[in-house]
Design a protein around this ligand. Sequence first.
Ligand SMILES: Nc1ncnc2c1ncn2[C@@H]1O[C@H](COP(=O)(O)OP(=O)(O)OP(=O)(O)O)[C@@H](O)[C@H]1O
Length: 309
Amino acid sequence: MIEIKDLSKRYGNFQALDGISMTIDAGTVFGFVGPNGAGKSTTMSILATLLLPDSGIAKVSGFDVTKHPKEVRRRIGYMPDFFGVYDRFKTDEYLHFYGASYGIARSEREKLIPQLLELVNLSDKKEAYVDGLSRGMKQRLCLARSLVHDPEVLILDEPASGLDPRARIEMREILKELKRMGKTIIISSHILPELAEMVDQIGVIEHGRMVAQGKVSDIQSRLRVNRVLHIRTLARQEELAAKLRDEAHVSRVLSDANGIQVHFSGQDVEQMQLLRRVLDWEYEVVSFNEAQTNLEDVFLEITKGGAAT
Ligand SMILES: Nc1ncnc2c1ncn2[C@@H]1O[C@H](COP(=O)(O)OP(=O)(O)OP(=O)(O)O)[C@@H](O)[C@H]1O
């Protein structure tokens, strides 16, 4: 459904995309992940026909974005990372406006818009002015806007950014529903663990290059991602974190309000020895357990040190 080959884009002297390639099959939910400035929005803007590439090919449903932009636009719904909403509209007027601009007849819109509002949980807000909506509601309205012409492909640039946890869960549920409806979805996010539950594949981009692509499980096994240990102590957490950094088989230690995360390449025996040492050092350990590796761990593993390989 989406095919990108050797796509490059420069802004002045800055190489934002440096020969990106990827293929996304119909019905796939593709998570596009990468650090700030990696080139995700640039790739998505090219797919959305809003930006021309310098070289390479991008196709949606077989149509080249530069040669047949109208055909592409008919097939895609695009939700940008920053968007404006027309403040003086009420919610349903806003969707009528977009529906009309896609040439959808009023009678058809009268049927469609209540369905869209229901899908994005805004039915009770149809009479509300857009500027009075919360950020989460505006995001959902923007998603409804991108669905108004029933596109096959959804290009969603950080749809959950800036949302509180509850609003993020709501957004995730809507995306699951869209997946069930058979849409092909490309979604970028920094909130990687949340993506893990719904994406079929991921592409990791860094410095304008694709550094890994495929099923999350395949990428995990290919990279032989380290196990991650979670340790919580009653006190002296930072001191323990510093000590752990000097231990054998430890590649990375993160310490935050949730405790210490240790990326560990040892096996069970070494893990047991590490636990024994932590206890010998007389730290007051509340918990010491092995976490399931998730998308965030994969991402950190692939992009660690900022070196693209
Ligand atoms: N119009 C522009 N002019 C100059 N540089 C730009 C322009 N748009 C983007 N860039 C630069 O190109 C790089 C890639 O930007 P892009 O927005 O595609 O990254 P991103 O992966 O979407 O990042 P983020 O997660 O922060 O949105 C960044 O370094 C950015 O500063």
